[in-house]
Ligand binder design. Structure first.
Ligand code: NDP
Length: 309
């Protein structure tokens, strides 16, 4: 039996080298050169074209090469009767926490304000604020959100957390469910989005949500572009509701040339790099998933098909 691999990322060779090192006895076939479809029993994929996975009649399981599975689940022909797993790698949570801490600190210290002043050769000091007086809201308290919470707590910020189900996390006030979103958004100086893209989170941050936020709030979106209504975001930036936005994910990726977000003075754009998958550690996690599938054991980090993440 063989494993089908697909990744449109530029580090596909690095992935294959890591996977082969972790599973030296496995045969990897890189889509579309898969040979006989019935010989494929495991899929490790990222953004594989819709319909392809349905062509493998003996597939035991599918593992996403990333933490998010929205693109995979959008495949109308996805085999839904087999386990589908997402990548849960502590190293990725560390990487996300570094990105989020760097960005939160940058707004906290006013580095965006000083960068703008520098462009006008303006020497002007502003009051500094203590971290404990700065409220950071984390929307999403999963693998990524909880690691960010741990690091931001160590930096002294006042933390609010919001998730779908109830959570108790040391050092932060947690709420859950749509009924509490306004309260969280209305209390935060900096809002960090770490939610999966699902039917319930798509377009969550629209004009109504932005109007609920405190004037001068900063937004950091590290999850998926579809959660934010970009036109409404631009309006909120232009009318001063938002002080700034740091975006790592967009409705269209790569962000098209000429898109207004590229040149907006209050927007910082990064090209979906907040937490790249790390082939070296991921390959060990995936090797364990293959072993489990072949031994008919329960796989880890299964996607909850009912909730879509
Ligand atoms: P998890 O599944 O571990 O956590 C998701 C969190 O979102 C959970 O706390 C969950 O609540 C919460 N949530 C889901 N739906 C809702 C809802 N309707 N209302 C409120 N809360 C909700 O995911 P990860 O932390 O691993 O990753 C989060 C997302 O980050 C990924 O789906 C992906 O899109 C993105 N990502 C982006 C990367 C980048 O480089 N930009 C890299 C990696 C991930 P509950 O705890 O109750 O289930």
């Amino acid at each position: 039996m063989a494993i089908v691999f697909h990744s449109p990322w530029d580090n596909a060779d690095q992935w294959l080298a890591a996977l082969r090192a972790a599973m030296p006895r496995e045969e990897f076939r890189v889509w579309p050169d898969v040979g006989e479809p019935k010989e494929i029993d495991f899929a490790m994929v990222w953004q594989i074209p819709h319909g392809v996975l349905a062509e493998f009649p003996n597939l035991l399981a599918i593992s996403s090469l990333g933490a998010g599975t929205d693109a995979l689940l959008a495949d109308p022909d996805l085999p839904r009767n087999i386990p589908i797993t997402r990548l849960v790698d502590p190293l990725m949570a560390d990487r996300m926490a570094e990105y989020v801490c760097a960005t939160v600190l940058s707004y906290h210290l006013g580095l965006d304000v000083y960068a703008e002043q520098q462009s006008r050769e303006t020497w002007q000091r502003h009051q500094t604020m203590d971290a404990r007086d700065r409220t950071v809201a984390l929307l999403g308290l999963g693998q990524m959100g909880q690691r960010c919470a741990l690091r931001l707590d160590a930096l002294g910020f006042n933390l609010l957390g919001w998730s779908r189900t109830a959570k108790e996390i040391n050092g932060m006030h947690c709420t859950h469910g749509n009924g509490h979103l306004d309260e969280v958004l209305g209390s935060a100086d900096i809002t960090v989005v770490l939610l999966p893209l699902t039917d319930r989170t798509e377009n969550l941050l629209d004009q109504v949500a932005f109007n609920t936020m405190r004037r001068g709030t900063c937004l950091i979106n590290c999850s998926r572009g579809e959660i934010v209504v970009e036109d409404h975001l631009i309006t909120a930036l232009n009318n001063g509701r938002l002080r700034g936005a740091t975006l790592d994910a967009y409705r269209a990726e790569p962000l098209p040339r000429g898109h207004p977000l590229w040149r907006h003075p209050k927007v910082r754009v990064t090209p979906h790099i907040a937490s790249l998958s790390a082939p070296g550690t991921a390959a060990l996690i995936l090797a364990d998933q293959v072993r489990r599938a072949r031994n008919r054991q329960r796989l880890l980090d299964l996607v909850d098909m009912k909730h879509g993440y």
